[in-house]
Design a protein around this ligand. Structure first.
Ligand SMILES: COC(=O)C(/C=C/C1=C(C)CCCC1(C)C)=C/O[C@H]1C=C(C)C(=O)O1
Ligand SMILES: O=C(O)CCC(=O)C(=O)O
Ligand SMILES: [Fe+2]
Length: 363
């Protein structure tokens, strides 16, 4: 079942943050100003030494010696278990394609507002240009412009939302998405091997896998201490692949050990995170970790995010191999289409979406 929210909802006027920057460069409308506890603490007097998310060298898994393979596989499993996030280097995705997509994405965001508004993300929907996950007039807004498209299977596409400018946008996105799809399948294969499962278990289970892309553009913000670029959330996907634009400011933060840890971009690396679906399938062994984006006073930032998830038809639940008396079943079985619908019809709210699947245990 495709997640198509239909109920009419009233979200009030949503300012376009790029236009705000042009017209009233130093004012932050109240709707973007977060309440105290939600504000990012960017100027800590006593910052904790920064931990960095793990780095996986995919070439060691694909063409390394037996020892290199074994060591990298252990590192991959530990990253998924301890962090839910890692950066992948030597990932095999054509770097000039990565750069081309970044270029056309930036060109799109730099178009006049009237041109971008030909592809509106209507309230309650997740595809097109605008702000997703806004469901009421009093909800705080993110300091971000989004452009999102469903890619696979084709029935989730809305052809009216594919832009004609820049001219090479669609072909570049198609080529990029094919490569990212291959990367996701490869990563899922190694994740399965690391869990002592059959290497094809996820590919076979996922069927007509769902793939979507979201481009997030965060303009510089005069008061980055008051706003969020993107609200805290975990992703509903199985895996998410995130590319940070070259020269972008640091913006992604993940919630680890009760602190927000910034993800330092590594040139040409892609950031991978475990989504809610893998958390459920692995019975919580691999966690989908809460993350958010913060803004920068002087620099803008672009991120290009691919969500890779199973077919909407799939019945998702913990895999029997990962359930036993020490790890009793933590999630109920549900239909992934239902999960997606629930995810996209609620505001981003930390790990709350997963409550849809959690079995409540009292101890
Ligand atoms: C703004 O979009 C999202 O944040 C998002 C939605 C992705 C989707 C589309 C843009 C088109 C239709 C399919 C889908 C819902 C995947 C997040 O994606 C996560 C949430 C779920 C659930 C998921 O599978 O990926
Ligand atoms: O821009 C980022 O770094 C975070 C993006 C993200 O988490 C998302 O789009 O789901
Ligand atoms: Fe995310």
């Amino acid at each position: 079942m495709a997640p198509v929210p239909v109920s009419p909802i009233s979200v009030g006027h949503i300012d376009d943050v790029q236009e705000l920057r042009k017209t009233i460069p130093s004012r932050i409308p109240q709707r973007f100003v977060r309440d105290g506890i939600e504000r990012p603490r960017l100027f800590m007097t006593n910052p904790t030494p920064c931990k960095n998310i793990p780095v996986i060298d995919l070439s060691n898994l694909q063409k390394g010696s037996k020892d290199e393979f074994r060591a990298e596989l252990l590192q991959l499993s530990a990253s998924c278990e301890d962090w839910g996030f890692f950066q992948v280097i030597n990932h095999g995705v054509n770097l000039s394609l990565v750069e081309s997509l970044e270029k056309v994405a930036m060109e799109f965001f730099m178009l006049p507002l009237e041109e971008k508004q030909k592809y509106p993300m209507l309230p309650g929907t997740v595809q097109g240009y605008g702000q997703a996950f806004v469901f009421s007039e009093d909800q705080k807004l993110d300091w971000c412009n989004m452009f999102a498209l469903g890619l696979e299977p084709h029935f989730i596409r809305n052809p009216n939302l594919w832009p004609t400018k820049p001219a090479t946008f669609s072909e570049t996105l198609e080529a990029y998405s094919r490569e990212i799809r291959k990367l996701c399948k490869n990563l899922l294969k190694y994740i399965a091997i690391g869990l002592s499962l059959d290497e094809n278990v996820f590919e076979d289970m996922f069927g007509a896998a769902v793939q979507a892309v979201r481009m997030n553009y965060y303009p510089a913000c005069p008061r980055p201490d008051l706003v969020l670029g993107l609200s805290p959330h975990s992703d509903g996907s199985a895996l998410t692949v995130l590319q940070q634009g070259k020269g972008s400011s640091v913006g992604l933060q993940i919630f680890k050990d009760n602190t927000w840890v910034p993800v330092q971009p590594i040139p040409n690396a892609l950031v991978i995170n475990i989504g809610d679906t893998i958390e459920v399938l692995t019975n919580g062994r691999y966690k989908s970790v809460e993350h958010r984006a913060v803004t920068h006073r002087e620099k803008d930032r672009l991120s290009i995010v691919t969500f890779y998830a199973p077919s909407y038809d799939l019945e998702v639940g913990p895999m029997p191999e990962l359930v036993d008396e020490n790890e009793p079943c933590k999630y109920r079985r549900y239909n992934h289409g239902e999960y997606s619908k629930n995810y996209v019809t609620n505001k981003l709210r930390g790990k709350k979406a997963l409550e849809f699947a959690k079995i409540n245990t009292t101890n």
